[in-house]
Design a protein around this ligand. Sequence first.
Ligand code: URP
Ligand code: ZN
Ligand code: ZN
Length: 452
Amino acid sequence: MTIIKNGTLVLPDGVRRGELAFENGVITKIAPVLEAGAQDQVFDAQGCLVFPGFIDGHTHLDMDSGTTVTADDFASGSCAAVCGGTTTLVDFATQDKGHTLCEALDAWHQKADGKCACNYAFHMAVTDWNERTCAELPIMKERGVTSFKAYYAYDNLRLDDAQMYQLLCALQPLHGVLGVHCENGTLVNELQQEQLARGVTGPAGHPASRPPVVEAEAIRRLCAVAKLADSTVHIVHLSSAEGLEEVRRARRAGQTVWAETCPQYLVLDDSRYALEGFEGAKYIMSPPLRSEADRQTLRQAVKNGEIDTISTDHCSYRFDTQKVLGKDDFTKIPNGAPGIEHRPALIYTSFVATDEMTAAEMCRLLAENPAKLFGMWPRKGCLAEGSDADITVWDPAARWTIRAATQHQNVDYTPYEGFEAIGRPRAVYVGGELAAKDGEPTGVCAGRYVKR
Ligand code: URP
Ligand code: ZN
Ligand code: ZN
């Protein structure tokens, strides 16, 4: 048995001093004080917060974008995850056109099984909607996939409104959750051509071709489709005040709309696209970074409880060999940025350490709500007797600087270079195994598939 002593536990019903024991991968006892026997291992968490392991509900590992493959695979991505305090990730298995959902799920298991330092689950991204795909949805559920993704952007991935409607209707009897990438792909294509025709070939063309209204329009349309289907929906990577207004409008009308945002939209802004030379390519992601006003509005929404989850949308590409594919044409810059390692530190530093959020609220956004939304609660996302021993012991006094040179993400930059971080995991347990200590991996590969 291992006992974590002297810490402050972030429990579902409050934050209080207490001690926690686990054995065989499961939390067995939580009490104000626990006596350790001679055989027990003790971790002294004096001065630390003890969180349930954080869950990253939005990652793209070992993903082929058509022109290149993400720099992080499941080994490096999960290693970076545990170093930062994340013990479960949910990646997007993605159906190829002309192929089945089962083929996609098999492929993603092959990428991940046996390679992960943290636990992993899969959303299924539906890109080829037809009768065969529809018939596979119950099989997905049998295989532990209860959440799905669809795109309104990217020509090779997107569904139209009729397909979105049919998918939502088909998911209803299965209680499947649908997350949607909300950007109007037709408009994006048009605006991209407009930028290129004006001679804008560099990174600045990216935000110009994906303005907030392109996101807001897609959210509004999705909410209309969901209303017709009488379904709940999940808006992923919400980035703008205009998009948030559409979420509010749907909620006011009585719809259940879950909203996710990402640290990049809370910490960075679109001034990065004006950096010298090709530097702005490091921040090419979709949706793009937004204005300072958008950032402040989203931060307020996080604090108000209007945002349900904060995930990373980790989708890493090297700057020197991959981002550079779009050197002469911003539409060819692979979309995405790394973040799986740094999300807890970014949120702790910029919200909890500044007293804008409590540790319990951070726990809700990074662990509890993703667990509930994605069918893992209470096995994951909470410290409770009987829950999995996925635990992040967080030292709030730690001070460190985010640097590409010292990160574990397999990429040659970080969007947060030089960020002065407050707080860091002292110890991270995955299924009761010590996976990381003081921000460094132990090399233990204890991640398990989370069949939901
Ligand atoms: O730019 C991004 N976000 N790339 C990953 C794919 C997606 O849209 O989520
Ligand atoms: Zn997306
Ligand atoms: Zn994504």
